[in-house]
Design a protein. Structure first.
Length: 277
C-alpha cells in the first residue's frame, strides 16, 4: 500500500491505495520523444482523451523541454504555451486531475488559478526562490524531483560518491523545507536521466525502496529514457517494451505513480503486479 492513501488535489481526490498512472502531455516542439506532436489544441485534447480512457489518473502537462541539452525558454513563452491548453483541458475534462510540469512559482500560481491541481518540479524547489512557499499557499500536492545540474548541463559527466545516499540526502533536506513551509502532500521522484549515468540510474532503481519515507509516495519517470535506449542500442520509438520492464521493477520496489507516454501498457503492468499480492 502507498504511504499516502489519498492525495487531495483541490476539491478532487486521488486514491493511492494502489499505484496509478500519470500520462504525459508535452506542448514542446523539442521533447526527446514526442516533441511537436501536440502543438495544437485539437491534438492535445485527443491525446488527453485517449490517456484518460486508457486509465490515467493524472495528466501532466509541460511547456518546456527538459531533455538533456535542452535550452530554457522564458516565463512568458511557457505561459503562452501552457495556459490555453489548461483552459481547454479543464473545459472538456473538468474532472481531470491536472499536474503542471514547471519550476517557476509564477507559472505554478497562474496554472493553479486556471485549474491545475498538482505541481511537478524538476528542480525540487531550487530554481527560483519562492517555489516551495508558492505551492504551500496553493495547498496542492508537490512532486519534488532530484536533478544534478540543469537540463542543459546535467549529462556532462555526472558524478557521485554514492548516488543513492546523495539523492536520499537531497530528499531529506528538501522535504524538511517543504514541511516547514506548510506543504503536507509531497511526492518524491528520483529523477531518472536527470544528471545520472546509465549505471547510476539502475542503482537508483535497484534501491528505490530505500527512498520510502512515511507519508511520501514515490513517482518514477522511466518512459522511453536513455537508460533503456543506450543499453539496448535502440531509439526512443523502440523503447516501449523496455519501459514496461523497468516500470514493473519500479512497482515491485515501491513506486506509487508511473509517469509515462504509454498509459495502456503502464496500466497493464500495474494490474499484473497487483496479482503478486
Amino acid at each position: 500500500m502507498s504511504p499516502l492513501a489519498k492525495l487531495f488535489c483541490g476539491k478532487k481526490e486521488l486514491e493511492l491505495s494502489s499505484p496509478v498512472v500519470m500520462g504525459i502531455l508535452n506542448l514542446t516542439p523539442d521533447s526527446f520523444f514526442d516533441g511537436g506532436r501536440f502543438s495544437d489544441i485539437t491534438t492535445q485534447l485527443h491525446h488527453v482523451d485517449k490517456m484518460l480512457h486508457d486509465g490515467a489518473s493524472i495528466i501532466d502537462v509541460g511547456a518546456i523541454s527538459t531533455r538533456p541539452g535542452a535550452i530554457d525558454v522564458g516565463e512568458d513563452e511557457e505561459l503562452a504555451r501552457l495556459i490555453p491548453s489548461i483552459r481547454e483541458i479543464m473545459k472538456h475534462f473538468p474532472d481531470c486531475i491536472l499536474s503542471v510540469d514547471t519550476f517557476r512559482p509564477e507559472v505554478a500560481r497562474v496554472a493553479a488559478a486556471h485549474g491545475a491541481c498538482m505541481i511537478n518540479d524538476i528542480y525540487g524547489g531550487r530554481y527560483e526562490a519562492g517555489m516551495i512557499e508558492t505551492v504551500a499557499t496553493l495547498k496542492i500536492p508537490y512532486v519534488l524531483m532530484h536533478m544534478k545540474g540543469t537540463p542543459a548541463t546535467m549529462q556532462r559527466d555526472p558524478s557521485y560518491s554514492n548516488v543513492v545516499a546523495e539523492v536520499s540526502y537531497f530528499f531529506e533536506n528538501q522535504l524538511k523545507l517543504c514541511r516547514e513551509a506548510g506543504i503536507r502532500q509531497v511526492v518524491i521522484d528520483p529523477g531518472f536521466g536527470f544528471g545520472k549515468t546509465v549505471e547510476q540510474n539502475f542503482a537508483l532503481l535497484a534501491h528505490l525502496a530505500d527512498f520510502g519515507m512515511e507519508g511520501v509516495p514515490i513517482l518514477v519517470g522511466l518512459s522511453r529514457k536513455s537508460m533503456i535506449n543506450k543499453l539496448l542500442n535502440i531509439d526512443p520509438s523502440e523503447a516501449l517494451n523496455g519501459t514496461t520492464v523497468l516500470n514493473t521493477i519500479a512497482l515491485i520496489n515501491g513506486a506509487s505513480i508511473l509517469r509515462v507516454h504509454d498509459v495502456k501498457e503502464a496500466m497493464e503492468a500495474i494490474r499484473l503486479v497487483k496479482m503478486l499480492g
